[in-house]
Design a protein around this ligand. Sequence first.
Ligand SMILES: *Cc1c(COP(=O)(O)O)cnc(C)c1O
Length: 507
Amino acid sequence: MNADEFRRAAGEVADFIVDYLKGVKDRPVLPSVEPGYLHKLLPANAPQQPEAWQDIMTDVQDKILPGMTHWQHPHFHAYFPTGSSYPSMLGEFLSAGLGCISFSWIASPAVTELETVMVAWLGRMMGLPKELLPYTEGGTGGGVIQSSSSECILVGMLAARTKTIATLKKSHPDVDDCILVSKLVAYYSEEAHSAVEKAARICLVKTRVLSTDDKFSLRGETLREAVEKDIARGMVPFFACATLGTVGSTAVDDIDGIGRVCAEKDLWFHVDGAYGGNALICPEYRYLLNGFQYLSSFNSNPAKWMRMGADGTVMWVRDKKLLISALSTNRIYYLDDEEERDRLDYKNWSIPLGRRFRSLKLWFVIRMHGVEGLQSAIRSHVALAKMFESWVRADDRFEVVGTVEFGLVCFRLKGENTLTEVLLQQINESGKAHMVPASLKGKYVIRFTPANWYYSEEITKKTWDIITGFAQVVLHESRGDRQGLQVRESVDSGEVLGREEGVPENS
Ligand SMILES: *Cc1c(COP(=O)(O)O)cnc(C)c1O
């Protein structure tokens, strides 16, 4: 491909993206392909000779798109949002164009420094305690963009493990690290993300999975009890993770209570705010910062709820030296000798050596939406969730489970779990909307979230019509009456789904 061909192709890709987003509402949200479908469609071997760009794009249309789950479909309501937007796409594109990776400062000073500035911007947008932020006079805190929240949790735990082992070594200099590690215990709730369990497995530490209260949030007292029991047994509690917005129901743990216990018992305190943390950019959510004075580390994923495309999660730490001491490695060819420590070498803050220029898209997103634009995007999701919640509450057949704190509503048909299971299965199989379930203390719920940015009251209403249409079928069928069939026919023929949604122009 030469430069002129590239110019042309790049324009075509931009057209493709715009057309895709405009037309995505007409595709089924979930594909109907079988596992292995693509293997059958593509040649077994890579081409020996160069192929034409047009042929490749034809394959994208014919072979890739039919196998896509369309996250930007108006009726995609699964998981959490992914923050696609035009400024973010431009940032990704430019990052690819600059074609660099950075690990040490000198490997590309602008890459390192823009990352540090963005971490500071975002931290201030969220009102985080200044001890966690870079450029704080006399401060020890700092931040980094990791690839994922899972990675933030893992490196937080690694830093905690390194710190605790170093402390134990002082009183037990002759005991092998492996023996010391076998005493360490990490704590998190039954509603915490599986990434915490994964981190503990990688770190080879013991875990206590603590139960939550009736609002699905972990209480400080529950942690205290577990920690004291372990200390009495001769174990060493070293790490606790609280969640600000759980995946199951966006519950918020008792950050203040948990923080107090961590401070008192000298545990590393990580808060996972992958989704919910983004809401801190709206001042009305700042009450959630209560207890942040105890934090050792925090992660929030702008690629979830801040219009930035995947990937990228921002992590702040109270003491960057603790993170670096867990992860730093020095080799002469990386030009990062001791005296140069003050210059940031982000390879010492994360697991990979080479790092993409991720801060560019965050910079574009923040500048082109403005803080107010990003706040209003979050607020509109919350408003739609609240509206959806009011419809569920007004319908006797349904119940809302948990609290609608952010942009997620967990709901179910009253009665046996199987009713809701069948309802969700039918909705997903229809390709008209896509949602995923959660299990909250044994109750099977459907999670509804306005998961992308092409939403409106009308789209949300239409989703509710789809849900209630199928609910009618499920309830009739569960009673075994024939009416169920007729209702199904009218749902399938689209009678209850008649509205047209708008086409996104701005993104
Ligand atoms: C999405 C999510 C994660 C995992 O995020 P990745 O970036 O995909 O690793 C962890 N915790 C919570 C609360 C999440 O919502």
